[in-house]
Design a protein around this ligand. Structure first.
Ligand SMILES: [Fe+2]
Length: 188
């Protein structure tokens, strides 16, 4: 048996401890990502101003609640695999590969443009994690796919505000939150 702290003493039946550790490591990244996402969604909930304030303000709270539940499921799956989930802010900031959300007080349309970019990144990474667990652990794969169903619906809620009647997205060419916020404002 390995003495590495990363390999659990036990894991779920039919996985080796090394496979449990590998699955937990994939999940730990998703735990940081979705912890960041629900905090960011609350930040936006507090900082939107202007026309459509109440619609966007109130649209976001069910998303915060749903993402919090996803975080809990991920953390408890990590523990089930025999590994300790890490949910502290310092560990999140040290591990993350992305910057803090770029906007403070701003109009609803600018925040929605930036959120389009946020969801784009989170969902792409969640899909990669789902693909990486497809063979490794089907139960974790199923968990992540369940999250994706909801996350992609929330992304659509955001994008529906940025879409023309012809179906084009105002943020289509953007690659940063500030760029997407500008494009969304210009596209009004
Ligand atoms: Fe609130």
């Amino acid at each position: 048996m390995s003495s590495s702290p990363d390999v659990p003493r036990y894991t779920v039946p039919s996985l080796t401890p090394a496979e449990g550790a590998q699955t937990a490591a994939i999940l730990q990244e998703r735990l940081h990502s979705l912890n960041d996402l629900h905090l960011t969604l609350k930040h936006v909930h507090w900082n939107v101003v202007g026309p459509h304030f109440i619609a966007v303000h109130e649209m976001l709270d069910p998303q915060v609640d749903a993402v919090r539940l996803m975080v809990d499921e991920i953390a408890e799956r990590i523990a089930t695999l025999g590994v300790a989930p890490v949910g502290t802010p310092g560990a999140l900031v040290a591990a993350r590969t992305w910057d803090d959300y770029a906007l403070g007080r701003a109009s609803t349309i600018e925040h929605l443009g930036a959120l389009d970019e946020v969801y784009e990144g989170v969902i792409a990474a969640h899909r990669r994690a789902a693909a990486d667990t497809e063979v490794l652990d089907v139960v974790t794969n199923d968990l992540l796919i369940g999250h994706l169903r909801q996350l992609e619906q929330f992304h659509w809620f955001v994008r529906a505000h940025l879409e023309s009647t012809g179906g084009a997205l105002s943020t289509a060419g953007a690659s940063t939150e500030l760029g997407a916020a500008r494009d969304a404002l210009d596209g009004q």
